[in-house]
Write a protein of this length. Structure first.
Length: 148
């Protein structure tokens, strides 16, 4: 699925995606001698995908969520089987466009939802019954990517 600001890709989970796993961790301080730390493999599908038929990936475009640590080029793991909750980071479809925001249910006004960015340069978006609006999926993981 393609939109002007979001490319969405389905997950492929019929194959194992096993990669080397350094069980003892990688030290962020002084280096340690390498040894037998590589003791097993890790299947990323089993770690990242709870609902294979409902899981999609999308690359982030823009910087409205930068203060939440989500940067342009990062890859989102989006689970459409998860129920949206107040405070969920969600991919939302509003009036023909996708956007990534936090969901904020307005307790004062019934039926009003706010889509809140994590960057003060962007205003919140007020959703009312007049909008064509859907919570398309909930972000379950963000994969950090460094684009060159």
């Amino acid at each position: 699925m393609k939109n002007s600001s979001l490319d969405i890709f389905s997950s492929i989970t019929n194959e194992q995606l096993e990669r080397v796993f350094i069980e003892s961790g990688v030290k962020a301080g002084f280096p340690i001698p390498s040894g037998d730390e590589i003791s097993q493999s890790l299947d990323l599908n089993k770690v990242l995908v709870s609902h294979p038929a409902a899981t999609f990936y999308a690359r982030v475009v823009g910087n409205s969520m930068i203060d939440a640590g989500v940067e342009e080029g990062d890859i989102l793991v989006i689970d459409r089987a998860l129920e949206p909750k107040n405070g969920s980071m969600a991919v939302c479809y509003i009036d023909g466009e996708f956007t990534l925001k936090f969901i904020n249910l307005d307790e004062k006004e019934k039926g009003v939802i706010w889509l809140c960015p994590a960057n003060e340069q962007f205003p919140p978006i007020r959703i009312t019954p007049d909008n064509d609006f859907t919570v398309w999926g909930i972000v379950s993981y963000t994969i950090k990517c460094r684009l060159k």
